[in-house]
Design a protein around this ligand. Structure first.
Ligand SMILES: C[S@@+](CC[C@H](N)C(=O)[O-])C[C@H]1O[C@@H](n2cnc3c(N)ncnc32)[C@H](O)[C@@H]1O
Length: 253
């Protein structure tokens, strides 16, 4: 194996805290046991990302294609939590000596927004329920903590750009010219739609859209946002499954 692959494999294990611990099985049919594993491994644990390794593998292969095939534009994640997936983006660009792409790190840095209860009762119920309030803390992680995580991995430099605030406020005016990869991980309908509406036209042909929560129907309307957007824009590029929750497509026109 090449040194760059050895480094990226080790980095994935470190960011997901899977060097010495197993990650919870997202497809565990026993949801109670999955949620308790999620809380202990991610929320109370030291993982820098809550993505399973399979989603890092997908991210890696999309970035590799973009680099290898010269797809123009930067990389963005909307919804970063502790920053692990964006740290990995920056690390990949460094590892392959790519200096003309930036990594955009978009988050409120104060957690998920309150969903509209009339339009999205499933989201609102979950948002105000015990698991989110008592355990997940709305997935709130401060900008200081995320910056410190970038520093700890030696990935904080001028090619990392933070967009602090609600997506509806930051994305329309973000000074992003072109994108090669959009990773949407804001969970809710509005957060997903804000990302698509404001970023999709900047995505180069050959670029990727990864939707972390497309299959997360138990507590989000993410799928609805993606389906509506794709229908309204007549996007027929096939949606490909990464795991039961995460899907992606490659923009072909
Ligand atoms: C599930 S976490 C992201 C997980 C992350 N990608 C990782 O690698 O662990 C969801 C994140 O989206 C952010 N978020 C969701 N909706 C948002 C919005 N409308 N504006 C800003 N941040 C938002 C939350 O603050 C939270 O950090």
């Amino acid at each position: 194996m090449e040194a760059v692959d050895l480094y990226l494999n080790l980095l994935k294990k470190s960011l997901t805290n899977t060097l010495f611990e197993e990650e919870p099985d997202a497809d565990n049919p026993n949801q109670t046991s999955y949620v308790s594993g999620f809380i202990s491994h991610y929320i109370r644990g030291v993982a820098i990302s809550m993505l399973p390794v399979a989603r890092f593998d997908n991210l890696q292969s999309c970035i590799f294609d973009a680099i290898n095939e010269g797809v123009p534009g930067d990389l963005i994640e909307t919804g970063v939590w502790r920053g692990g997936a964006t740290i990995f983006m920056r690390a990949m660009l460094k590892a392959y000596g790519v200096n003309d792409k930036r990594v955009w790190v978009a988050d409120s840095f104060e957690g998920l927004p309150e969903p509209d209860a009339e339009k999205f009762p499933v989201e609102a119920n979950f948002h105000n329920g015990k698991i989110m309030k008592s355990y997940y803390n709305n997935f709130a992680v401060s900008l200081e903590e995320v910056t410190a995580n970038f520093k700890a991995y030696d990935m904080l430099d001028e090619n990392v750009k933070f967009l602090k605030g609600w997506f509806k406020d930051t994305l329309p005016t973000a000074p992003i010219e072109k994108l090669a990869l959009i990773r949407l991980d804001g969970d809710y309908y509005d957060s997903t739609m804000d990302g698509l509406v404001n970023l999709y036209d900047k995505l180069s042909i050959g670029g990727y859209v990864i939707v972390d929560d497309y299959g997360e129907d138990a507590w989000t309307n993410c799928r609805q946002a993606v389906d509506e957007f794709r229908t309204s824009r007549r996007i027929e590029d096939p949606l490909t499954r990464v795991d039961s929750r995460c899907y992606y497509w490659r923009r072909m026109r």
